[in-house]
Design a protein. Structure first.
Ligand SMILES: [Zn+2]
Length: 71
């Protein structure tokens, strides 16, 4: 009687991270998470450290591009 229930959980709800706004979400490796697993060959997923996204600096939001001619 063991009926398997497959519940699809995406990475956002799995980690409790609010879904990012597609207009402001970081387009770097973090995909809006602010950090991403630094996967290396030979390292298991459980031992893979999360590193801060260099693009957004951990905010998960796409950095605001300012005009270089401003100011
Ligand atoms: Zn990022």
């Amino acid at each position: 009687m063991s009926e398997k229930t497959v519940v699809f959980v995406d990475r956002y709800s799995a980690t409790g991270t609010p879904r990012p706004n597609p207009r402001t979400v970081c387009k770097g490796r973090c995909e809006g998470m602010g950090c991403y697993p630094d996967m290396k060959p030979g390292v298991s997923a459980a031992d893979t450290p999360f590193v801060k996204c260099e693009r957004c600096g951990g905010t998960g939001k796409e950095p605001v591009v300012r005009s270089s001619s401003a100011k």
